[in-house]
Design a protein. Sequence first.
Length: 437
Amino acid sequence: MASIEFSGKESAFELHTKVLPAQLRPVPELSYSSKQAGLAAPTILRRTEPAEHRIIEGDNLPVMAALVAEQPTRFDRIYLDPPYNSGNSVRGSWVYDDTGRSSVGSAQPESLATALENVPQDRRDRWLFQLTPRLLLARELLSETGMIFVSIAERELEFLALLMCEIFGADNRVAIMSIRSLHTVRNSSKGFSRNTEHVICYAKQLSALVQHDDRNTYLRVPSDKLYNYPYDDQDGKGPYRLDQLYARNHAKPYVYRFSDGREWQAPDGSFPRYSQRELQRLEAAGQIVWSRGEARVKRYLQNVAEGEPPSTFPAQHLSGFSKDGTAELRELFDGQRVFSQPKPLALMRYLLSIGRPCDNGNREQSILDCYGGSGTTMEAVMAMNAEDQGARTCTVIQKGGADSASPLNICRDVTRERVVRAAQKHGYVSSFSYFTT
Ligand SMILES: C[S@@+](CC[C@H](N)C(=O)[O-])C[C@H]1O[C@@H](n2cnc3c(N)ncnc32)[C@H](O)[C@@H]1O
């Protein structure tokens, strides 16, 4: 089997065993609860999230080591959006020391310091050196049916793919997705205008995740978007939306008389969506609602088809452009640019909605994002929980200090602040605990 070579590889593969787990210290004054913030849940987002999210300020290496030590924490999904080693001052910059020496904090054992003596000098090798222990810890942190997603640009794609193949095993590769991130063609490009990014996806153990003889374990994404189901009568039937009773082509035309005497027929040029018999059944089941003089039917999320296979090239409206992520963040920060190139919410929602029918819409997943950045993942999780009454929990790790892109403490002033602003703006009934190391 092909394997990747880089200088320092041997010691990179041992680093994670030498890291002293960080001490996670709660910071109550930076923690957040929508209850304390006095937020009443809007009528259509009624459910209180029972679970609590976590924002952890610190270098992800000792923090991940701490999570490994914190048995039985295991994550269903892990997302990594590391610096891309792109060479530009923003995306390519490591918050931690480029040499890797000071990246893991001062209280580390001598053996780690010795291992770090051999940090490679070559830029790419150093990048692979940094990622290796983090990927190895991520593997340990995955649940048996867990999946990891790593975002990457083309420049390091094959190197990262090989490294992940070595760490997770060729048999556990799920997919390499291509995401159209740039909405336009970059006319200044010397060669190709690179308008895609990639997401490499591995399973902890693909044979445990997807079983060939059980369709209930095949990977699917909802073919109807979850956020099309904004209502909930709290009657145990779950979220629903209101659909028209007609379609462009379906059942034979008829005139239907409801039990209150009102008559209905499909408007000119359209057809009844349901047969008369089905409409009768829907009426008897209390699923017909009159809204502004028009009859509509409650369509429950739990009754929609099991979904469709996720795509390695999702449609643009499903993954969003890079500019969408920028606009979403700017809007929350009153037009200010506080972080460069956050991921679009749509992309995170797409990745997190990939799952098996038997996992009930992934509604109880535990998610870890090791390079939190502007907190897109946690906002996406809160939004998804609000929409489908989920109890997903999200842990985000983000280094505290400033970097070349910003003089702010990214974790406090961007990650945390974004999540709080989003929760307040959208009325998410949610909470998180904040930790430092
Ligand atoms: C590419 S950005 C992630 C962007 C994020 N996905 C978003 O949507 O906003 C990478 C982030 O990882 C952080 N970072 C880099 N090295 C880190 C480390 N060793 N531990 C924790 N965070 C780190 C950087 O500060 C930066 O915010």
